[in-house]
Each structure stands twice: as structure tokens, then as C-alpha cells.
Design a binder for this molecule. Structure first.
Ligand code: CTP
Ligand code: MG
Length: 173
């Protein structure tokens, strides 16, 4: 993969990264599951998934997608409109994926805030699935996906460590 494609792929997932990061700063308040338990007696999502965080994340992702689409057209899209549609859907998919990740963590008995492999990648899987109808198949090429997953894993671990050092996040993951 050449440098240009790698850079374009990172720009493409940027709105998902923004959506994933915003709730750490703007989240809080009432939990999405309203404190309710699932059939297994554990919380549906837990206190780490709040309504405000969800919408702040979606909003952040859509704004990031809009800003990016206003200035550049990435090589994976037919036109600016398809790009904006895909990037906005990625913002929504990110937050749905993030909640789905927490749902699975609770089912497996992992406490909110405890680290889990899905933390780094679940949001990306769902974001990519949501954007699929508007994106060229180039992005879903095995090599491109491998690059995106490795880059996202590394960036997620690095940025969470940094957010912890800056006092934005209680835990370094
Ligand atoms: N957050 C939020 N609403 C969301 C997602 C995140 O308010 N929908 C905020 C919460 O303050 C949360 C923090 O961002 O504690 C970090 O998010 P994340 O790591 O995804 O949640 P965890 O607290 O680790 O909980 P879980 O184990 O369920 O992932
Ligand atoms: Mg966490």
C-alpha cells in the first residue's frame, strides 16, 4: 500500500475517531440503559454509556465528517455528497458500535471501565459497516482493513494513554 492510500484511509476514519473521543470530554449524566439490568442480572450497558455521551459522539462525528467533506474529496467516493453520507453514518455507527461493545462486555461480566479487546476495535467494525453503502470497495480490501485495524489499535492505545496523562480520563486505556 502506498503512502497516499494509507493517509487517505486515515482521513476516512477520522470522523469515527472524533466520535469515539468526544464522549470522554462531553459525556456524563443519565445512563442510556436508565440503570436497568439485562436478563442475566447485569447492567444492559452500564454507567459508562450515557445519553449525552452518545449524542455528543454522533454530533462530533457528523461535524468532523462535514468539515472533512467541505475541504477534501477522498479517493473512495463518487462525490462529496456520498462522502458526507458515509462519514456521517460512520459517526453514528461508531457510537452504536461503542454501545454494542459495552453490551458484550457486560454479558461477559467485564466491569465498566475495565479494559477489553473490543474497546479498541468494535466501534470501527460497526462504523465501517454503516458506511459501506456509500464507500468504494477499495476500503474493504483485506490489506486496507488490516491497515485500518492495526492503525486504529495503536492510535487508540496511544491516545487513551495520553488522555489519562492529561487528566481527561481516569484510566490509561
Ligand atoms: N462516555 C459517555 N457516553 C458514551 C460513551 C462514553 O458518557 N456513550 C464517557 C463515559 O464517561 C465513559 C468514558 O466516556 O466512562 C469512556 O468511555 P468508554 O471507555 O467507552 O467507557 P467505559 O467507562 O470504559 O465503559 P465500558 O466498559 O462500558 O466500555
Ligand atoms: Mg473504557
Amino acid at each position: 500500500m502506498d503512502f497516499q492510500t494509507a493517509a487517505a484511509l486515515l482521513f476516512f476514519v477520522l470522523p469515527a475517531y472524533v466520535a469515539n473521543a468526544v464522549p470522554v470530554l462531553l459525556g456524563g449524566g443519565a445512563p442510556m440503559d436508565a440503570g436497568r439490568n439485562f436478563a442475566d442480572g447485569r447492567r444492559v450497558f452500564g454507567d459508562g454509556k450515557t445519553v449525552r455521551g452518545f449524542f455528543a459522539g454522533v454530533f462530533g462525528g457528523v461535524v468532523a465528517g462535514g468539515a472533512l467533506s467541505a475541504y477534501v474529496l477522498l479517493p473512495f467516493f463518487a462525490d462529496q455528497r456520498a462522502q458526507f453520507a458515509a462519514l456521517a453514518l460512520m459517526g453514528i455507527g461508531t457510537m452504536v458500535g461503542d454501545a454494542l461493545g459495552s453490551f458484550l462486555k457486560r454479558r461477559l461480566g467485564v466491569e465498566p471501565g475495565k479494559p477489553f479487546i473490543l474497546d479498541q476495535l468494535m466501534f470501527l467494525v460497526v462504523a465501517l459497516a454503516f458506511a459501506y453503502p456509500f464507500v468504494s470497495a477499495q476500503v474493504y480490501d483485506p490489506l486496507a482493513l488490516l491497515f485500518l485495524f492495526i492503525a486504529t489499535y495503536v492510535l487508540h492505545v496511544g491516545s487513551n494513554w495520553m488522555a489519562n496523562r492529561l487528566g481527561w480520563k481516569k484510566v490509561p486505556w
